[in-house]
Design a binder for this molecule. Sequence first.
Ligand code: GRF
Length: 212
Amino acid sequence: MLNDDLLPIVKFASNQDNEKPMIKIAIFASGNGSNAQRIIEYFQSSRSIRVAMVLSNNPDAPVLERSRKLGVPAEVFSRVEFYETDKIPAILRKNGISFLILAGFLWLVPGNLLKTFSGKIINIHPALLPKYGGKGMYGMKVHQAVIESGDKESGISIHTVNEKYDEGQILFQAKCSVESGDTAETLAMKIHELEHQYFPKVIEEEVLGNRQ
Ligand code: GRF
């Protein structure tokens, strides 16, 4: 017998979206992993997208523990495996991964991955590209450079990835002010807040807009 109170649940269960297969994404991260954690948590309640795995080049990266605690398998790979073998594309294929998210990942993405995931690799950079990007511009070095420049604003850039550091198509930017009392550390905190606020949502829009 159908109780009226149950009707919304019945509707939810037969929602068409629900019947589409989950789009699986993988996160690449080299360090702390606060963005990775935020992204995993955000998509835990999604009916379309799931973070299926986390990959890191750094066996000591806190991101590994963060992911495993949230029930997401995490794997470590070496430089040789990344640049000289097809191990990573094979793992991604085996796990049905459609998009790669770089969240604090420090290595340049090799050609085999760029080819397999053309237009489907998304990176976040902690400054307003094209300023303060390129090789060697990562983490606190970026914030230090912004502070030393005297710029009055900084922000985040979310972009697709190509064969050069930080030069893909910019999908989204958000700004914050740099005050006279700011240090690289206080600026890093402001930037992290922006990243946590926007990165998962931009990924969601991009992935849903780009699915085949
Ligand atoms: C972020 O600021 C990101 O923009 C940069 O590396 C940092 C990673 O932070 N590429 P976390 O590891 O996610 O805390």
